[in-house]
Design a protein around this ligand. Structure first.
Ligand code: SF4
Ligand code: SF4
Length: 95
């Protein structure tokens, strides 16, 4: 069973591997996702510019938006956030 301590000891790669690529944090379910969001043949979402993602972007409808690290928005709400694996861990007191 994963504990708060094991999460604190995770490498960046291990932390990122928690993400299930549901796409919710990038607007996949709010009707106006980030223009960099893509869906793979496996049905999972990915970011077209992941390595340089942080900073200003636009939604597909042209609205300005900022891409921020997921850790900075875990206490916010967004459409589909019940799918977020990090939010689930936070709710369980494991993050
Ligand atoms: S730039 Fe940020 S918000 Fe846009 S798809 Fe990539 S990770 Fe998601
Ligand atoms: S909402 Fe959470 S689990 Fe889904 S893609 Fe974003 S960070 Fe990953």
């Amino acid at each position: 069973m994963m504990t708060a301590k094991t999460i604190n000891l995770m490498t960046n790669e291990e932390f990122e591997a928690i993400c299930t690529r549901c796409g919710a944090c990038c607007g996949a379910y709010d009707g106006d996702p980030c223009e960099e969001l893509r869906q793979g043949n496996d049905g999972l979402y990915y970011c077209r510019v992941y390595k340089t993602r942080l900073g200003p972007h636009h939604t597909i409808k042209g609205l300005e938006m900022d891409c921020v690290p997921i850790t900075t928005k875990l206490k916010e709400s967004w459409v589909g956030d019940e799918l977020c694996a990090y939010k689930k861990l936070l709710k369980e007191g494991k993050l």
